[in-house]
Design a protein around this ligand. Structure first.
Ligand code: B12
Length: 294
């Protein structure tokens, strides 16, 4: 069963086929069909001819199933586990506490295990929205309260970034399609929300180029002019880092660009309101890439 709205058949581009899922997780289409028919770990919906269509939730469930089977768990047992793994708010709070403690102790091996499990179990969006962003906000509150724990912040941010990279191994390689281009302003050192967006877009098969933190303005302008992205998201977390002249320069050169992140609020977005939420950014980026975000 799925809580996702049933898409129209014309929304097919928002869904993955069995072949795409097989490539993404490294399991043959035959095995995927067997997991569906034998154990009920299947697609979100079927097309008129019975074709299977999978969404992000099903993708992450099948990734988890595949990981368990690779660890030696029997397929029937693995299926039972993934089907029973509905994530509750209490579980998210528990995960957040564990991750917070591992970061405070700068226990990097524990952090890596916790983050890998979190991403596999919750999926990238819920992992970020329900667990990681709250832990980061807690760290920010402590900073504001005068408790300087930079080492813990650094450990957590680095570990999240590495875990996100591990999580998308197996996503399709870049194609000739025009990508979404994501970049931080030149003095901006808070790239995580943008990396999360890059990860989710990659999981959805939407071409994305993520330039990371502190991108020099001329690098961004040259890259954008060269690769002709469907959209540039220019990220700023704090008011000191929002680079309005750069936003104006990109727009002047005809690059489709939107300001993203809370740092832009005092300045304002140029071509429309500031994008400041993962879901709103996903909708905007997918729409520009010709996809409907489910
Ligand atoms: C981790 C961290 C760092 C790390 C970053 C490492 C890394 N690789 O990312 C390091 C240690 C480098 C760092 C440095 C600094 N930091 Co810092 N940092 C943070 C922290 C704890 C998390 C940042 C983060 O990823 N936030 C993401 C989420 C958790 O933030 P959020 O506010 O909930 O998200 C909002 C939006 O971003 C949006 N959103 C959430 N997800 C997504 C996704 C997408 C795609 C979109 C579009 C929107 C979106 O929704 C939320 C509602 O507005 C924040 C605390 C905080 N609350 O964010 C401080 C914080 C951002 N840092 C702060 C400061 C002051 C600094 C420093 C100046 C400190 C210093 N003196 O060195 C430097 C500045 C560096 C720079 N030039 O950019 C302040 C900024 C205050 C302000 N508004 O001016 C904060 C808020 C801490 C605080 N409470 O004071 N930091």
């Amino acid at each position: 069963m799925t809580t996702r709205p049933e898409p129209e058949v014309t929304d097919r581009a928002s869904w993955w086929t069995t072949g795409q899922i097989a490539t993404a997780i490294g399991v043959s289409p035959v095995v995927l069909r067997a997991w569906d028919s034998r154990y009920g770990v299947g697609p979100a919906r079927r097309g008129p001819g019975g074709q299977r269509f999978y969404g992000p939730r099903e993708l992450q469930r099948l990734r988890r199933m595949s990981a368990l089977v690779n660890q030696g768990v029997r397929a029937g047992t693995a299926a039972g586990l993934v089907l029973s793994e509905a994530v509750t708010p209490a579980q998210s709070r528990l995960r957040a506490d564990e991750i917070d403690q591992a970061a405070a102790a700068i226990d990097l091996p524990a952090l890596a295990v916790l983050l890998d499990e979190l991403l596999a179990g919750h999926g990238t969006i819920a992992a970020w929205v329900d667990v990681l962003a709250p832990v980061l906000r807690r760290q920010g509150e402590r900073w504001r309260a005068g408790e300087r724990a930079f080492a813990a912040e650094w450990a957590l941010a680095g570990a999240i970034s590495a875990a996100l990279q591990r999580h998308v191994v197996g996503a399709p390689p870049p194609s000739g399609e025009r990508p979404v281009l994501l970049a931080c302003c030149a003095t901006e050192r808070h790239p995580l929300p943008l990396q999360v967006l890059a990860t989710v877009l990659r999981e959805a098969g939407i071409p994305v180029v993520f330039l990371g933190e502190m991108v020099a303005p001329d690098v961004l302008v040259r890259t954008a002019v060269r690769i002709e992205p469907v959209l540039v998201l220019l990220w700023s977390m704090t008011p000191y880092t929002a680079d309005a002249p750069l936003l104006a320069e990109l727009a002047r050169r005809g690059v489709p660009v939107r300001a993203a992140g809370p740092g832009w609020y005092p300045v304002g977005g140029r071509n429309g309101p500031v994008l400041n939420g993962l879901r709103v950014a996903l909708r905007e980026a997918s729409a520009r890439a010709g996809r409907v975000w489910p």
